[in-house]
Design a protein around this ligand. Structure first.
Ligand code: NAD
Length: 357
């Protein structure tokens, strides 16, 4: 018999509205929250979608702010705060992925704004109490209940426009949250079930999206999986994988979802022997060995497989390994600079990882 479980259960209280066509519930959600002057947030790219949403809700929207940008730059947040005050807004509606959701969280951190999110990628930020902000090129991350969105609407129809390549990398980004959740130091049995179901749903959905990007069934499965994986990210602690992605994004400006996609087979392989029991159910989904299985899966759905193609220079690998081990943090297998340098070298070149490498 295995050891008796021992854990703390503490989940973020968000309201989730899920389903094809559910964006039509936004008006009712605003009314239920007693809000009538929403500021809709988007990136410049999704501005037309934000304006169309505003036009569909006469009398409930105060305006659209379409300057959301990657890594939540503080200058953009300051402009958004001024716009929020100028238009007399009483809540935000973030329509987009992690970048737009980050802006909504940054506003809420400063003025306590009620947040509704309509999530259109698989990154998972909408169900976490985590905010990363950038000031003068330095990214800092905080965690707190004040940044957690109150309501999340997941409408698979809004993800039909997410390009296949982004769907694949964003889906692998989500899988990475769940893989790290399975061996998290503060894991618990329910979160492990959620993580496993999230990985299963995305493993089923991504090949379906590659084959038929407009398949609403596959899109629904992927979004469902991303909610589950995001919930894991927001609830238990992350380890080596997220640390490496943070290092490569923060110090070498590598793109977020693509970096997660390239690294997750390698970080899973690194930790697979040390966390064999915790990762076994996920490994079973990928042919028995998680690292190599994830690598083959990523290849089969056309994901990037090398850090080289994301723009990392071979000459930077030593420095990346050094930065990644500078501040100690918990990981199921000890984080050792030489082994991390070897992992990064394999990921840079696109070699298939072996279990325990
Ligand atoms: P993103 O939000 O940067 O979106 C990338 C691009 O895709 C943008 O131009 C966006 O407008 C566009 N886009 C989004 N959805 C679309 C759709 N359905 N159709 C067409 N285009 C669409 O990408 P992301 O990967 O979701 O977010 C990355 C950012 O989120 C990073 O800064 C990362 O650090 C952050 N993040 C934070 C958390 C957290 O918990 N705080 C979690 C995950 C990611």
């Amino acid at each position: 018999m295995a050891q008796a479980p021992s854990f703390v259960w503490n989940i973020n209280p968000g309201r989730i509205v899920f389903g094809a066509g559910s964006v039509a519930q936004l008006g009712a959600e605003l009314a239920a929250a007693g809000r009538s002057r929403a500021m809709i947030l988007t990136t410049p790219f999704q501005k037309p979608a934000g304006e169309a949403l505003a036009a569909s809700l006469p009398g409930q929207v105060a305006g659209v702010f379409a300057e959301a940008a990657m890594h939540t730059p503080v200058e953009v947040t300051e402009r958004a705060m001024a716009a929020y005050a100028d238009m007399g807004a009483d809540c935000t509606v973030a329509l987009g992925g992690g970048s737009t959701i980050g802006l909504g969280k940054a506003i809420a951190l400063r003025n306590g704004a009620f947040q509704i999110v309509i999530a259109t990628t698989y990154a998972g930020s909408e169900v976490t109490n985590i905010l990363g902000e950038t000031r003068d090129g330095q990214k800092t991350t905080m965690r707190g209940p004040e940044v957690l969105p109150e309501v999340v609407i997941y409408d698979p129809e809004l993800t039909l426009t997410l390009p296949v390549a982004m769907s694949v990398t964003s889906g692998l980004n989500a899988i990475a949250h769940a893989v790290e959740g399975l061996y998290a130091q503060d894991r618990n049995p329910v979160m492990s079930l959620i993580a496993l179901e999230g990985i299963r749903a995305l493993k089923e959905a991504l090949p379906g999206i590659v084959a038929a990007p407009q398949d609403i069934g596959a899109r629904g499965q992927a979004l469902y999986g991303s909610w589950l994986c995001g919930t894991v990210l927001g609830t238990v602690g992350m380890a080596l994988h997220h640390k490496l992605c943070h290092t490569l994004g923060g110090s070498f400006d590598l793109p977020h979802a693509e970096t997660h996609a390239v690294l997750v087979p390698h970080t899973a392989a690194y930790n697979e022997t040390a966390a064999r029991e915790e990762l076994a159910p996920a490994a079973d989904l990928f042919g028995g060995r998680l690292g190599p299985g994830l690598w083959e899966f990523a290849q089969s759905v056309g994901a990037p497989l090398t850090l080289r193609e994301l723009g990392l220079k071979e000459a930077d690998l030593d420095r990346a390994a050094e930065i990644a081990v500078r501040n100690p943090y918990w990981n199921p297998r000890p984080v050792e600079q030489g082994a991390i340098r070897a992992l990064l070298g394999r990921a840079w070149a696109g070699e298939r990882p072996e279990q325990g490498e």
